[in-house]
Structure formats: structure tokens, C-alpha cells
Design a protein around this ligand. Structure first.
Ligand code: GAR
Length: 215
């Protein structure tokens, strides 16, 4: 069975969806550890409750990004995971860190990339007046919130939406597509080949999910 390490910074709801999948057997992975850069991340409690080893590497204790990244890489490597899963890990990663895990590190982002990289994605989507919004799972490359796209889920933007209602609708889809992408990787259906995603998915073959229902 493939093993994964999950990196978080806060609430950890995406991490939780992965832990539930692993615990129920629907996600055939061993979660070796959860690592947080914030000592008070709520997700740490959740992971501990679910019996997963946790590690805190507090970025404020490091003088440089490279020093912090090296410490994180050392802890990750101690578990020899097949896949590193960024789940709301809100740190910009150094090029050397990204290269070290290239092809075996994925991220989820709350927008339809390449639209709205960075922060406040839901607010910006509302400001731009887009009619559809969503989330993206992608392999991590040195450019922030870029990288070969694995799967996206699309939700409508409806009249009366505010940041919170839109965030909630998108998050429900994040909890669907992230376990799906991790499962594809675990089953050997997904890999990065020459900067392109090679996906032998069971879904619709395109790797794109359209989720028109409003939750
Ligand atoms: C999620 O919405 C995730 O897509 C986003 O942070 C949130 C974490 O929530 N990630 C990014 O913005 C990365 N650029 P969670 O801690 O409840 O999973």
C-alpha cells in the first residue's frame, strides 16, 4: 500500500476527508504522518484523535525559507512516503524543495486554475462576476498555485452568493476531488510524465468533473 504524508497549516478539513477515506478503506493509502507549520493548527487535534502521528515545524523559528524547507524535507523523508499531499499548507516553497518532491507532491487550490492563484479566491471570483468557480488538484511545480492539473470540480456562482456561501460550495467539492486524486495516485493511475499529467481515470476519462448541484 502506498504511504502519504499530509502537510497542513490550519483547519485541516481536506486532511480530514483523506483520513476518513484511509480509515474506511475507500482510500487505499497509509497516512504516515501529518506535519503542520503552525503549532495551533486545528487539524493537528483532528489527526491526533484519529491516531495519526503529528509533527510541528514552526516556520517562525527559522531565519530562512531554505532552512525551514530543509527541516520539513528531513521529517518527510524520515517516513519515505510515496506522495506528499499539501492540504491547506500556506507556505511558499523553495525551488529546491519542490524539485526534491517533483512528481510526488500535489496541492489543492480553491479556484479553477489558472484563474485566481494566491489568496482570497472566492472574494476575487465574486468581484470578477464569474458564473462558474471551483477547485483544482495539481502537481506542485516551483510557480505558486501552478503546475500540471490533475482534476478540477466546477460549481456555479449563484445570485446572492457571498464569500462564505461560495467557499462552502467549493469546499464540499474539494472534499470529493482530493481523495479521488490521491486514490488515482495510490492505484497507479496517475503520474507526472515530462511535465504532463498521465491519468488513467475511471471517471469520465477527461479528468474534469462538472458538479452542477448546489449544496
Ligand atoms: C482549502 O480551501 C484549500 O483549497 C486552500 O486552503 C483551504 C484549507 O482548508 N488552499 C490554498 O489556498 C492553497 N493555495 P482546510 O485546512 O480545511 O483543508
Amino acid at each position: 500500500m502506498k504511504s502519504i504524508v499530509i502537510l497542513i497549516s490550519g483547519r485541516g478539513s481536506n486532511m480530514e476527508s483523506l483520513l476518513h477515506g484511509a480509515a474506511s478503506g475507500s482510500l487505499p493509502v497509509h497516512v504516515a504522518a501529518v506535519i503542520s507549520n503552525r503549532p495551533l493548527a486545528k487539524g493537528l487535534e483532528t489527526a491526533t484523535t484519529m491516531g495519526i502521528p503529528t509533527h510541528v515545524i514552526d516556520h517562525t523559528k527559522f531565519d530562512s525559507r531554505e532552512g525551514f524547507d530543509a527541516a520539513v524535507a528531513e521529517v518527510i523523508d524520515s517516513f519515505s512516503p510515496d506522495l506528499v499531499v499539501l492540504a491547506g499548507f500556506m507556505r511558499i516553497l523553495s525551488d529546491s524543495f519542490v524539485r526534491r518532491f517533483q512528481g510526488r507532491m500535489i496541492n489543492i487550490h480553491p479556484s479553477l486554475l489558472p484563474s485566481f492563484p494566491g489568496l482570497h479566491t472566492h472574494r476575487r471570483a465574486l468581484e470578477e462576476g464569474v458564473r462558474v468557480h471551483g477547485c483544482t488538484v495539481h502537481f506542485v511545480t516551483p510557480a505558486l498555485d501552478h503546475g500540471p492539473i490533475i482534476v478540477q470540480a466546477v460549481v456555479p456562482v449563484v445570485d446572492g452568493d457571498d464569500e462564505a456561501s461560495l467557499a462552502k460550495r467549493v469546499l464540499a467539492q474539494e472534499h470529493q476531488i482530493y481523495p479521488m486524486a490521491v486514490r488515482w495516485f495510490a492505484e497507479g493511475r496517475l503520474r507526472l510524465l515530462d511535465e504532463r499529467v498521465e491519468l488513467n481515470a475511471v471517471q469520465d476519462g477527461s479528468g474534469v468533473l462538472i458538479s452542477p448541484s448546489v449544496h
